[in-house]
Design a protein. Structure first.
Length: 175
C-alpha cells in the first residue's frame, strides 16, 4: 500500500478562479517522518508575503519543474492545484504566519536580449501576490475553498494586452 502524501489529495479540493492553476512540487519526507508533497514556496517582495507559488500555465509549470530537476534531481513535477489540499496547507502554516500568501505566476522574466533569467538554478517568474486570512478553527473536517479575486486576473489580462486579446481565455484553451 502506498503512503498518503500530506498536502496531496487528488480531485478533492476546490478553489474559485477564472483559470485552472498548477503547482510545482516533489515528494519529500519531513524530519518527523511525514511524507508530503513539497510545493515551491516563493519569497515575497516585503518578506511578509512568502507563500505558495502557483502557475496559470500548465506549460510554464512543466518548464519550471524541468529546470529544477536539471539542478536538483529531486523529482519535481507539475500538479493541478485541485489535487492539493489547501486546508492542510493553511493549517500547516497557521502557527507561523497570520495569512496565507499565494504567488500567481504568469510568465518568466527575460533580459534585454530576450533570454530567460535563471540565476541560482531557478527561473524568475512574473506574477502577483494574493493573501488569504487563516480561517479560525480550520480542520480537515471543514475543507477550505479559496476564492481568487477577479480583479487579479483582470490585471494579468492587462499585463499581456499587447500580446493577447484575452490572456486568461487563451490560456484556458491552451491548458
Amino acid at each position: 500500500m502506498e503512503k498518503r502524501l500530506y498536502f496531496y489529495s487528488p480531485g478533492d479540493n476546490f478553489y474559485i478562479a477564472p483559470l485552472t492553476l498548477f503547482v510545482v512540487a516533489k515528494h519529500s519526507v519531513r524530519e518527523n517522518g511525514i511524507h508530503w508533497l513539497e510545493p515551491i514556496w516563493k519569497a515575497g517582495p516585503s518578506g511578509e508575503d512568502n507563500g505558495l507559488s502557483l502557475f496559470t500555465s500548465k506549460l510554464d509549470a512543466y518548464i519550471y519543474a524541468i529546470t529544477l530537476n536539471e539542478y536538483d534531481k529531486g523529482g519535481w513535477a507539475a500538479y493541478s492545484f485541485s489535487d492539493i489540499s489547501v486546508t492542510e496547507m493553511m493549517i500547516d502554516v497557521a502557527t507561523i504566519q497570520d495569512k496565507y500568501s499565494i504567488h500567481i505566476n504568469f510568465g518568466f522574466a527575460v533580459d534585454n536580449e530576450g533570454k530567460v533569467l535563471c540565476p541560482n538554478e531557478a527561473l524568475i517568474t512574473k506574477g502577483f501576490v494574493m493573501s488569504f486570512p487563516h480561517e479560525k478553527g480550520s480542520s480537515a473536517l471543514s475543507p477550505i475553498t479559496l476564492k481568487f479575486s477577479k480583479e487579479l486576473f483582470k490585471e494579468i489580462n492587462e499585463y499581456w494586452v499587447l500580446h493577447y486579446r484575452d490572456y486568461c481565455k487563451d490560456l484556458n484553451t491552451q491548458n
